[in-house]
Design a protein around this ligand. Structure first.
Ligand SMILES: *Cc1c(COP(=O)(O)O)cnc(C)c1O
Length: 370
């Protein structure tokens, strides 16, 4: 609940669904919020802010260089554009007309994710053509190589997300294969800001993450990686990147969020998250008709979630009906429902207060008692 919920009659939801864009994604700390607010009343030389972002990203993440753009969706479009144009002014001015440039972007079919819109549209927005390798259930290195070796390939795009489908693809192997063919690699790791080091360690030219997901900055896309492709991303601001530019307040909010991340004891933070989820699981496990357990993040993020398996016979309703009751009650509670057909609801607790967690448990008890 903020002052705005009251003043404008806005719905105050409890978001146990994770970094979900339609619900406002994340909560910034007071420190990040005041850096962002402070930026709004000042004039700045934007190039200086962009250089500050580049230095801060490099220092905090170990990347050679970095840039901030409007969001990760924009970062995908601009990273693809950069792989087609480099820093050529005439090519940058020509996009999205990509005639005469390498224009194919290879990605594993299971990485053609939909995070509210299809990622292949981000590719097409740069004037490139997506080429899906393998099938949704499996894409081998040989499947990828067959496409990467064709003429006219601008880059290989890989997605590190729990939204990706199919068997895991060994990222290091895919990067090495692409490099053998002279093809650069971009990794969309939107919600993977905790794993930047690992993703950069794969050797990919560019790693893209959202500032507003776990990092808790204002909406922003962070582009991290080698200096030359980062420079080519920045150069797009004279072209299609104009519509995807970062604001001064986003840049200063990102810088504050990165500094805060640098000052956080990661192990201690992870321990607190684990304890919070363990307590929730213990309390939810006492409710009739549900089996509660702690489940790790499938992509290796450093916190677990609480999964409730609902037994309709003893609970009196299905997981789907329980999710609906939570979401339509007051306050609305949004859980992760991707597994509801299999009888499971998952709760992400990272941004939630103790009061909000108590409310979820109380509402679960109320609904299950009916
Ligand atoms: C959230 C997400 C995006 C989009 O990020 P924005 O910063 O909201 O544009 C892209 N890819 C994946 C895998 C995501 O999860």
């Amino acid at each position: 609940m903020t002052e705005f919920h009251d003043r404008y009659g806005l719905t105050a939801v409890i978001n146990a669904r994770g970094t979900f864009t339609p619900l406002g994604v994340s909560r910034s700390t007071g420190e990040v919020a005041s850096a962002t607010a402070g930026a709004l009343s000042g004039f700045f030389v934007l190039e200086e802010l962009k250089d500050l972002a580049a230095r801060t990203i490099a220092e905090v993440t170990g990347a050679e260089s970095g840039a901030v753009v409007h969001c990760t969706s924009a970062a995908v479009t601009l990273a693809v554009a950069a792989s087609m144009t480099g820093v050529s002014d005439s090519r940058i001015a020509a996009l999205p007309d990509s005639a005469g440039m390498p224009g194919t972007v290879v990605l594993p079919a299971g990485h053609a994710v939909d995070y509210g819109h299809p990622i292949v549209q981000d590719i097409r927005l740069a004037g490139a053509t997506p080429d899906l390798a393998g099938s949704e259930t499996a894409c081998s290195l040989a499947d990828l190589q067959e496409r990467v070796a064709l003429p006219g390939v601008a880059c290989l795009l890989l997605v590190s997300s729990r939204l990706a489908r199919g068997e895991d693809i060994p990222i290091e192997g895919a990067v090495a294969m692409a490099h053998r063919h002279g093809v650069p690699v971009i990794i969309d790791g939107a919600a993977q800001d905790f794993r930047i080091g690992q993703l950069l360690g794969t050797g990919a030219e560019l790693v893209l993450v959202s500032g507003q997901k776990y990092l808790g900055s204002p909406t922003a896309g962070l582009v991290l990686g080698r200096a030359a492709p980062v420079q080519a991303v920045r150069a797009q601001e004279k072209g299609i990147g104009r519509a995807m530019k970062p604001s001064k307040e986003a840049i200063l909010g990102v810088v504050a969020a990165l500094r805060a991340r640098q000052g956080t004891d990661r192990d201690e933070w992870a321990r607190q998250q684990r304890d919070k989820v363990a307590r929730f699981v213990e309390r939810a496990g006492g409710l009739a008709g549900v089996h509660a357990e702690l489940v790790p993040d499938p992509t290796g993020l450093p916190f677990p979630r609480a999964r409730l398996g609902v037994d309709p016979a003893s609970a009196g309703l299905t997981a789907t009906a329980l999710a609906k009751a939570l979401q339509t009650g007051s306050p609305p509670i949004w859980a992760m429902t991707q597994d509801q057909e299999r009888g499971n609801l998952t709760f992400e607790l990272v941004p939630l207060t103790g009061d909000e967690i108590d409310t979820i448990l109380r509402r679960l008890a109320d609904v299950l008692a009916k």
